[in-house]
Design a protein around this ligand. Structure first.
Ligand code: PMT
Length: 219
């Protein structure tokens, strides 16, 4: 179906990186597969899609405009600039919750043998929460939750705390359906009380399912 024709969707994918020094960074295991599957499915269904891609090494889906980002700060700048012009946001990127308090100007040197090293971190802003706070009623905001335990409780907490319309819960404790896998199984929670768990299926099929659930025309 071309049920997203005429709509402009912003999708985020991949994992942000936070620099420790000129040669090292801290990141996470997101491959970008889920976000790219969403961008591809939305484009196939007629949407104009802009994809903010954080450190992903995958082919660009046909018809999708990709803007590369590296850090959470880059992602924040792009989100704040682009979100007001969009009909919806699908926030599949894994954003670093913390960044080092200081980025060393020069490469950090080895300390004496056996000596411990301590790094200090400060919190990054919650980007989803920042943009969702300025959401218009005509915009749909979909967050993702990557959880290893207390799945349902954590997802419902994120749905409320981030003021998203939907949270898509991912169980990243199971390698068959987590980071970098081709398959996934999610539970979609809506702010209106909607709840649905998908079967285990490809990320492409999950993406299609999410796009159907969040489209008011399809429900
Ligand atoms: O990329 P793949 O290998 O295919 O794996 C898919 C996935 C597991 C990465 C993806 O489906 C997923 O779950 N993405 C969300 C990862 C995440 O950061 O989850 P979270 O529970 O830490 O964050 C919740 C939501 O807040 C997310 O939408 C996240 O983008 C957003 N967030 C988080 C922290 C932060 N500082 N700012 C944010 O906006």
């Amino acid at each position: 179906p071309q049920d997203w024709a005429g709509k402009h969707l912003l999708v985020t994918a991949g994992g942000t990186q936070e620099d420790l020094d000129p040669v090292r960074y801290l990141s996470n295991r997101s491959s970008g597969k889920m976000g790219y599957a969403l961008a591809n499915a939305a484009s196939q269904r007629g949407a104009q899609v802009t994809l903010l891609s954080a450190n992903v090494n995958l082919p660009i889906p046909t018809g999708v405009k990709v803007i590369p980002v590296r850090t959470a700060a880059d992602l924040k700048d792009q989100l704040q600039q682009l979100f007001p012009t969009m009909d919806g946001l699908l926030m599949a990127a894994a954003v670093s919750d913390f960044r080092p308090v200081q980025v060393a100007e020069h490469k950090l040197k080895k300390t004496a043998a056996g000596e411990e090293m301590t790094l200090r971190f400060q919190q990054n802003p919650d980007l989803l929460k920042l943009v969702a706070a300025h959401k218009r009623p005509d915009q749909v905001v979909v967050g993702f939750a990557a959880e290893t335990h207390d799945w349902r409780q954590n997802a419902l907490h994120k749905l409320a705390a981030k003021q998203a319309d939907y949270i898509v819960l991912n169980d990243v404790s199971n390698p068959a359906i987590g980071f970098n896998s081709d398959d996934n199984q999610v539970t979609i929670f809506g702010a209106d009380g909607f709840q649905e768990q998908t079967p285990i299926e490809t990320k492409a099929a999950i993406a299609d399912h999410i796009l159907t659930v969040i489209n008011p025309k399809d429900r």
